[in-house]
Design a protein around this ligand. Structure first.
Ligand code: NI
Length: 191
């Protein structure tokens, strides 16, 4: 396994619509090793998720894991999940304003509108069918990661650019209010 370099905003690979994999490709040693690297790189950088094109491979794979994350201490834990060829469908019209950050957008956070519940259909890393219903803040994480696979970054969805903030100023000026909203969301949706 290896820790890979993470692409930052401006690199064209983050704007690529990633390519779906066949089951044969997925089961190859090369792709299985790549998934190990994706997970190791995500954990090393303390990300809540990492999409393949963030480490320069424009294929439709993303990892998600929240385990007492220091970057997002208010996020409920979520077990390591590998999504291959994911499709996300909202299951509600209800939305919330998520204060997002991204390993590919250093030292910037901003408010992004996300659905509070989505259905996610994908394969796991072995090619088995996954069909998940994800709610609350966790639903925001899934929408953020699948956006990457469609060549989008959270900046594209920031409605009010006045919400943009460095991480230090998020702590000083925005965190308290957001954590209150996040807690209410988690209480309502259980995640
Ligand atoms: Ni991101």
């Amino acid at each position: 396994m290896a820790i890979r370099k993470i692409a930052t905003v401006g690199h064209p690979v983050l704007r690529e619509v990633t390519r779906a994999l066949t089951k044969e490709e997925l089961r190859s040693d090369a792709v299985q090793r790549f998934i190990d690297d994706l997970v190791e790189t995500m954990r090393d950088a303390a990300g809540a998720g990492l999409a393949a094109n963030q480490i320069y491979e424009p294929v439709r794979i993303t990892a998600i894991e929240v385990a007492e994350n220091p970057r997002y201490p208010y996020k409920p834990n979520y077990p390591l999940t590998i999504l291959v060829n994911p499709v996300v469908t909202p299951t509600t019209d209800e939305t919330f304003l998520n204060y997002e950050g991204c390993l590919s957008v250093p030292n910037l956070r901003g408010e992004v509108r996300r659905f509070t519940a989505v259905r996610v259909r994908a394969w796991d890393r072995e090619g088995n069918d996954l069909d998940l219903e994800v709610k609350g803040l966790t639903a925001g994480t899934f929408q953020h990661e699948v956006d990457h696979l469609d060549g989008k970054v959270f900046l594209d969805r920031v409605e009010d650019t006045r919400s943009l903030t460095t991480w230090a100023d998020f702590e000083r000026f925005h965190k308290a209010a957001f954590v209150e909203r996040a807690k209410a969301l988690v209480a309502k949706h259980g995640s």
